[in-house]
Design a protein around this ligand. Sequence first.
Ligand SMILES: [Zn+2]
Length: 291
Amino acid sequence: MKPIDRLALADIGGNPSRLAEAILAQVKSDAIITPIEDIASALGILEIRQAPLEGAEGVLITNLDKQEGAILINANSPHTRRRFTLAHELGHFVNPWHTPTSSAGFRCTAKDMRTTTSRTLTREQRMEVEANQFAAALLMPQQHIRRFLGANPNFDLTDAATLKDKLEVSLEAILRRLVSLSEEPIAVLFLASGAVRYSIRSSGFPRLTYSSKSFVAELRKAIPESGTSSRVSSWSDVTAQSWAENTFACTIYCQELKQSADRSVVLLSAEMSTSDDECDGSDWEPPRFRR
Ligand SMILES: [Zn+2]
């Protein structure tokens, strides 16, 4: 792979998605799987080393002008996580606004890799969010994801699992990307040990109300246990009122994929009422005054 022209990237500024897209445009790779290690070398990363790390997923060692660097990846993590970590560190490397947080450069934890936008972010957290946005855009290019969503607007968890294998990313990463780009009202819950770790939703999906354990107990009643032949349950519908606030949704459908004995993901899809039909309480009539 030819060296990537860093000067051409300088015009973009710090927008993580646009930086990733500009790199992909320069690389012109036809491969579905982003050649992340080749891209790292082409950007000026001299060495990528895998070693068991305690309390960190990735470390980027670089100087202030960030023209060259080396990246250390936690060898204990699975392949898809290591790819995401490498892309995340590249996000710090190419973003002109990111400056090392310590004399050791950038040292990023598993929690940093999950940091998403929230109302109050410190400067360090904002850099982590941007590095994650960059990694998502580089490993799951927008055009691939939009094409998939165009062909599968009502995708299910089996479709998502096939797509993540194709792109060599984790199920969590692909679901986050799909929800962020989907125009359908969908949400995903990440469950562990009988509680909700966190949830994400597309802009059209109603706000979820849940209190971890009781919510999961209710969920268990709604979703039939998947058989031994498949880790993915069939779709089932649940009563929207108990799940979502101020909902215009008639029905919420849910499907679960078991990842391990105590971890699973649940995909929710809302079927929205289009007009003032029975779903938003049109059974109710205003009281009439007697004459
Ligand atoms: Zn980081």
